[in-house]
Design a protein. Structure first.
Length: 574
């Protein structure tokens, strides 16, 4: 037990625990079993996205107890609370996916309100599924109290017909089934073994991508992103996170000291090098906004252009998160990038050390092919590419990791919602060479910017992954593979060029040149724009309506508030 003494006169919790006028507040703490000594210590929020929705979140409650132990050992009083998650694997392929990106904002907002309402002095946040990772990190940067983020860990790979499998294999098997390539028994046998434990999806999908970001950006302790969820050693990282946050309370090193422009560049570098999720193109700008830093999709893709792709991870590669963990995890990936001059080594991290200091004793392992050295990359440029052109003036984004064909041209097949495209794919009502267009699925138009994994996985399962392209103003899962361009902006709901497309228009995509064009003159596009009329969604009330009123462009991160750039005060200094 620590003998540290903290001066509460400058901490937020003085407003609920110090002085005669706070006697009513203290009475509540006594009711929960705290004593005077506990109340005199800093209050640390331990926030998790624990729930029983999916395996991504199911182990977070256990890990929170280890965090609390670390906080207590280091001289603090932990106060555990939970917030929501929407798990993409279950929300996928139906209207439930409209809730996914919206949940990022709800998570950030709800954590902010809980911390503000109870005047907690610091926070440790634990997250599992995709949007919960950036949601918690956004809240930490927004509040700017001492903070440590910790990923809940990845799922173990399933084993089917002598190979490792993930949930994406199940999504793709649905396409195989619809094409008559496998029977219902095959599908059933696969679904029963694909997800054998607690933890988030095992490939370099959005959860593992943002877990890598948490280390690269400096908000998580080194090595904490890699350990699979079921391993007991994950609890050791949780306890250590609790101890580290108390060091931060003492030093007052805060998230905005850590999340700098250079740190954001480091994060984007690690995403590109690992063939990470295109969703990072939304989440990094949103995190930057919380720090008052201008860093949008264009900045992200500039980093992607010059970063080698070195981690051979699914969906484009062979391996899963557990495999990367076994060769040394994110620190090994960062070590080769740092040695190659791709990372800023002077960025500070939550343990008080710089990136360079953290990597000093990391040895790049030989005789493994999970992470390649930057001197011998899988490809010389990143696994994710930005595109611009007359079809996407604000840009779009595509994951090219593992792709052999980087150019595509063909006639548009236009759909105004995902379900219609999925139905066409399921009934094989499309052909080689088509560019499938799914529009009115952007942040405002969805509302909620759905992911399209059900559709893209079905295409791949039918063996057509290399023969068609798909573009959307919505998003793609980190598990998507194939020529799939997301985040096309401006979105259809505001009359962007994607809203003006008609069946048969020739679309050309070049992931090497970074272009996406439709073969229409400016005059023709202007003529169609004049005839275009905005549409109403089916969501005219409730949370999705409210989101649609405030959300901005995907290019800027689908933001719903102005961010730190206009602040007049910060919660941490209240």
């Amino acid at each position: 037990m620590s003998n540290r003494v903290f001066d509460k006169s400058k901490l937020p919790s003085r407003h609920v625990s110090v002085g005669p006028e706070r006697a009513p507040h203290r009475s509540y703490y006594y009711a929960m079993g705290l004593d005077e000594e506990d109340i005199a210590k800093p209050f640390v929020g331990v926030a998790t996205t624990w729930n029983e929705a999916a395996p991504c979140n199911i182990s977070l409650g256990r890990q929170a107890q280890a965090v609390k132990k670390g906080v207590i050992t280091a001289g603090g009083t932990p106060r555990e609370f939970t917030t929501i998650t929407v798990t993409d694997g279950i929300a996928m392929g139906h209207d439930g996916m409209k809730s996914s990106l919206v949940s990022r904002e709800v998570i950030a907002d709800s954590v902010e309100l809980t911390m503000r309402g109870h005047c907690y002095d610091a926070i440790v946040g634990l997250a599992g599924c995709d949007k919960s990772l950036p949601g918690l990190m956004m809240a930490m940067i927004r509040l700017n109290v001492p903070a440590v983020f910790m990923y809940g860990g990845s799922i173990l790979p399933g084993r089917f017909k002598d190979k490792d499998v993930t949930v994406v294999d199940v999504f793709e098997a649905v396409g195989m089934y619809s094409a008559g390539k496998v029977d219902e028994q095959y599908l059933h046998d696969l679904e029963c073994v694909a997800c054998p434990s607690a933890g988030s999806c095992g490939g370099q999908f959005t959860a593992n991508t943002m877990a890598c970001v948490s280390e690269a950006i400096g908000l998580a302790i080194p090595g904490s992103a890699g350990t699979p969820a079921p391993y007991e050693s994950r609890d050791e990282y949780a306890e250590a996170s609790g101890r580290v946050v108390m060091d931060l309370v003492e030093s007052q090193l805060r998230p905005r000291d850590i999340v700098t422009r250079k740190a954001l560049e480091n994060a984007a570098t690690v995403v590109a090098a690992s063939g990470g999720s295109t969703n990072a193109g939304l989440h990094l700008p949103a995190m930057a906004n919380e720090a008052g830093i201008e860093f949008d999709l264009n900045d992200v893709v500039e980093i992607f252009k010059k970063t080698p792709y070195v981690a051979d991870l699914k969906p484009g590669g062979k391996y899963v998160a557990k495999d990367m963990f076994e060769v040394g995890g994110v620190p090994v990936l960062m070590k080769t990038l740092f040695e190659g001059g791709y990372l800023h080594g002077d960025c500070i991290t939550v343990n008080g050390k710089t990136i360079a200091e953290n990597l000093e004793d990391v040895v790049f392992p030989k005789n493994q092919d999970v992470i390649y050295p930057v001197s011998n990359p899988i490809t010389p440029t990143g696994g994710v590419v930005g595109l611009k052109g007359n079809l996407a003036p604000q840009g779009g984004i595509v994951k090219v990791a593992g792709m052999k064909i980087l150019q595509f041209s063909g006639p548009a097949r236009v759909f105004d919602r995902e379900e219609d495209c999925f139905e066409a794919v399921q009934s094989n009502n499309y052909k080689k060479g088509d560019v499938l267009v799914i529009r009115y699925e952007g942040p405002r138009g969805g509302p909620g910017m759905r992911e399209m994994l059900s559709t893209t996985a079905a295409i791949y399962g039918q063996g057509m992954g290399d023969d068609v392209a798909l573009i959307t103003d919505g998003r793609f899962s980190g598990g998507t593979r194939g020529f799939c361009v997301g985040h096309v902006g401006p979105e259809a709901a505001v009359g962007g060029p994607i809203a003006l497309l008609e069946d048969g228009d020739i679309i050309t995509i070049d992931a090497e040149a970074g272009t996406i064009e439709v073969a229409l003159s400016d005059d023709e596009l202007a003529k169609r724009k004049k005839a275009w009329k905005p549409r109403k969604t089916n969501y005219q009330s409730g949370a999705l309506w409210k989101y649609a009123q405030t959300v901005g462009d995907a290019e800027k991160g689908a933001l719903t508030h102005p961010g730190a750039g206009v602040e007049t005060h910060i919660f941490a200094d209240m």
